[in-house]
Design a protein around this ligand. Sequence first.
Ligand SMILES: C[S@@+](CC[C@H](N)C(=O)[O-])C[C@H]1O[C@@H](n2cnc3c(N)ncnc32)[C@H](O)[C@@H]1O
Length: 257
Amino acid sequence: MIIFAGLGLYDENDMTLKTLKFAKKVDKIYAEFYTSVLTGTTIEKIEEVLGRKIHVLSRKDVEYEGYKIIEEAKDKDVMFLTAGDPMVATTHIDLVIEAKKREVEVLIINAPSIYSAVGITGLQLYKFGKTTSIVFPEENYFPETPYNVIKENLERGLHTLCLLDIRIEENEKRFMTANEGLKILLELENRKKENVLSEETKVVVVARLGSLKPKLVYGKIKDLINYDFGEPLHSIIIPGKLHFMEEEALKYLCENI
Ligand SMILES: C[S@@+](CC[C@H](N)C(=O)[O-])C[C@H]1O[C@@H](n2cnc3c(N)ncnc32)[C@H](O)[C@@H]1O
């Protein structure tokens, strides 16, 4: 059997008891931390809570050799841990499908995810449109997708959750800050000039969700672009049309700058 389980968003206390119980009895535990990470803890602390050793997999291990773990799960109970919810990442869904194809029993244990945690702002979850990811630009690579997604969502009055790039390779560890993300959005406006965003646009920045002291800030891009949101991880929300209750929620639940 293969068990896909989430660790939640921030520290070693975010996983469910169900995950903990299964972790105690499986034969082997794997985890990947390149799609997302828990910045309030360490692998050692998670291992301590589980009372088990975790084998951390690289992107290559998961994306090109994930089938090996699935094969192992044919005659062993194997757990695959991820940050957030295990099914909020295409890579993991791929593995689940592969396991089903290979007739391996699959169990999925849900966990807190960025997708539900943004509800902490008081913005209504059913009013979010398509999510977008803002990635680190590279030479000759400056994707316009976030701009187009925000435009489409705004046209429909919907909020946009912007996830920010994470680079975790063998010798690199970089988390995009909300400041960098906002700069990229303004640069996209500068290039596309379709009046989707401006320095006056009001956005919400959330940092370290899942912690007991998350940072939730609502304000104009020009006032947030150099604001210090503290340690990663950060996300940006571009609100769509606000219901009066959402306006009230943003006023009382977020820091208003
Ligand atoms: C691929 S997504 C996370 C998917 C994960 N499986 C989940 O369910 O949350 C990774 C992005 O989510 C956002 N994120 C994740 N955890 C966060 C947190 N605790 N606070 C703020 N943003 C977070 C960041 O923008 C990060 O780059």
